[in-house]
Every structure is written in C-alpha cells, then in structure tokens.
Design a protein around this ligand. Sequence first.
Ligand code: ACO
Length: 406
Amino acid sequence: TEGPEVIDVRALAAHGFFTFDPGFLSTASCESKITYIDGDEGILLHRGYPIAELAIETDYLQVCYLLLSGELPTQEQYQQFRAHVTRHTMVHEQMTSLFKAFRRDSHPMAVMCGVAGALSAFYHDSLDINNPKHREIAAFRLISKMPTLAAMSYKYSIGQPFMYPRNDLSYAGNFLHMMFAVPCEEYKVNPVIERAMDRIFILHADHEQNASTSSMRMAGSSGANPFACIAAGIASLWGPAHGGANEACLKMLEEIGSVDRIPHFIARAKDKNDPFRLMGFGHRVYKNYDPRATVMRDTCHEVLHELNVSDHPLLDVAMELERIALSDPYFVEKKLYPNVDFYSGIILKAIGIPTSMFTVIFALSRTIGWISHWLEMQSDPASRISRPRQLYTGAPTRHVTPFEQR
Ligand code: ACO
C-alpha cells in the first residue's frame, strides 16, 4: 500500500540534529506490520484485511490470532488457540483479596490499573521477556484474564459475588455471563448482544501507535515485564481524549438531554474560549469517516431493534447531533466526523453496562493490540529503549545564591 513520503532522520542524530514534533504529528516511532491506517481515505487494515470485513466475517478470537501471528487461523488452528485461551481464564484466587482492598466506589479503571499490573506479582512464569515461552504464556494469560478482571471490577463495584468464567461460551458470551449472571439464577446470553459485544471487541482490537499502544511500547522498550506494560497502556487509555471518550460521550449526551438543546452545545463546541468539545467527534488520524464507526452504527441499530428501543431519548440526541455536525461548516471544514466511540457508548448503555465500565471494555478489547505490538517490538533486533528528546526553553545556566542570602 502506498503511504506518505518517509524521511528517515536517524542518521541526522549523529550530527547533533533532532526533530521537534510535539504530539508526534509526523513522527513514526517504530516500524510495524500489524495495522495500516489511511486517515484521509478512512481505511483501516489489520495485517492487510479491511476492518469491516473482519468485523462481519470473523470473531474476536480470530482477530486476536491474526494480530498475533499475521494470518487468519484455519479451523484447526482456531480450536487450538481457543483451547489455549480458555485454559487461562481464571485468575489466582488470592486476587479476590486484592479487589477487596479497593473502595467499592472506586472507578473500575482505577481498579484495572492496579489489578492488571499486579498480575506480575502472581505469574512468575511469564516475566522473563527474553524467554519466548514466557512471552507466549504472558500473551495468553492477558487475552484470557482481562475479561475476568474487567467483570470482577464491575461485580465488586455493585456488591455482587464474582462469577467464575464459563469456557463453553464464546469469548464475548463468557464476558457477558461474568458481568450479568448471578449465582442460583439461569442467565442466557442473547446472541444479538453477544455478536454486538464481539464486534465492539474487534473494532477496538488495535489502532497502531495511539497513546496507549505507544505507552505500552515505551514501557516495554525499557525491558519491563508485559503485565507492568499493560498497566501503562491502561493508564494512558483512561484519558477522555482517548479511551475515556466513550464514557465522556455518553455523559455529554445525557447532559444535552434533548434535541432542542443541541444548538447550544454546538455553539459551545465552536467557541474558542470554551474548552467544551463534542465528545465522540474528531480523530487525530481520521480526516474522513472512521471506518469502525460505520460498522458500529449498523450494530447499534441492530441492538436497539433487538431490545425494542425505538425512541430512546439519548439515541434521538445522538442521531440529531450526528446530522447537524455532518452538515455544519465548522465540523465539515475541520473534518470532524463521529468516531467509533460515538456509537459504542450507545450500544453499551442499551445493553445495561454502566458508563464507568465503557473504558474498561475498551481496555480489554485493546489488550490484544497492546500485546501484539509488545511482541513485535521484542522480536525486532533493531528495537532500543524509547528516549524522546526535548526542546529546552528554560533558564540559561545560573548560580545558586546561598540559602541565607535568599
Ligand atoms: N469538538 C469541537 N472542536 C474540535 C473537536 C471536537 N470534538 N475535535 C477537534 N476540534 C477542533 C479543535 O478545536 C481544533 O480547532 P482549531 O484548529 O480551530 O484550533 C481542530 O478541531 C483540530 O483539533 P486538535 O485538537 O488539534 O486535533 P487533535 O488531532 O490533536 O485531536 C482528538 C484529536 C483528541 C480526538 C480531538 O478531536 C478530540 O478531543 N475529540 C473529542 C474526544 C474524542 O472523541 N476522542 C476519541 C478519539 S477516538 C479513540 O480514542 C478511539
């Protein structure tokens, strides 16, 4: 695929030059074979496959296999892979005590930062980054355990007992079970909701060098263990300009409340003296429709139809907001289209998942992207510690006045 013109500046460093690029607008921090994005054309490919095809033709575990290995699995490879994943879905029983150390009203992302990092205190057979077996088992443990940890953080917050994973269910089905089942009551996974959840997982699986993946790689470049690196990725994802956007988007829709209040919020979004932004709109790389948003919008309608939600006030606000923003010159000129999080929040809300869990679900979906990049980096002989430079703008050399004279 043809990309932009690339200028390799590495040789300049030897001559004392460096580039100044805050926010990395035009700086590639690594080479990667995993994901390709053309933001102008609205293209997203994983290992060459368009995201919409993957979302419709495969399931999340196939996408995990693809991101890790470079190829889609045969049926036999899929069964083996699934068996590996299901082998590790439980977490060490001692981890339940760890959850209990948190306040019940903790934000689940705060809990996730802690418990994901704490995996390195429990699984000593996955910490030697120079041992390929350790790296592989760490990858399986993370794919398998993140749904369990995510569901535990929810169950803990509402005071319900933790539900053990069910390995006879699909990856998405098992997650829904751990979220919504309660002991002594039958819980049946709705196949439409299961498929929607699986799509949410697929559409968030990877997105090349976003802030959280770069954080994962940056932490990994120093040789930190994979669980510690995942904690770095989760922390970075939490912010409202990144993974926190779906939670922020839903809060914004609730704040808008009704269609007649939209013009006021559109005016605020355009006002340069007002920090307010339309959450779920705009993207650093996409200056066209986010290809994930198209699939997510269709899935959103499927879910709402399945749940018989025809005139949900939040959905009315969302649809009208989308219509106005897509025709308003401010948004059109700045190429601010709805992104994937604009729709995923509405789906999650309709399924009954609380807003505070939205970014947690993003984190569990993105774990495969993080771990794939981490593994790619570990096997790259050219990889070295990430150490950005800075442009110093502080005081020139000066001398300390003794304390008694200041
Ligand atoms: N609402 C109103 N104006 C906006 C918005 C928005 N959501 N997004 C960008 N703009 C405007 C900016 O004010 C700026 O205007 P100016 O040129 O007149 O100063 C211009 O568009 C460019 O914005 P930047 O902030 O420079 O763009 P950047 O690439 O740095 O930011 C970002 C991208 C962070 C996603 C931004 O669009 C935003 O804050 N969006 C809302 C949060 C959001 O939805 N994040 C989810 C991203 S997707 C994901 O993480 C999966």
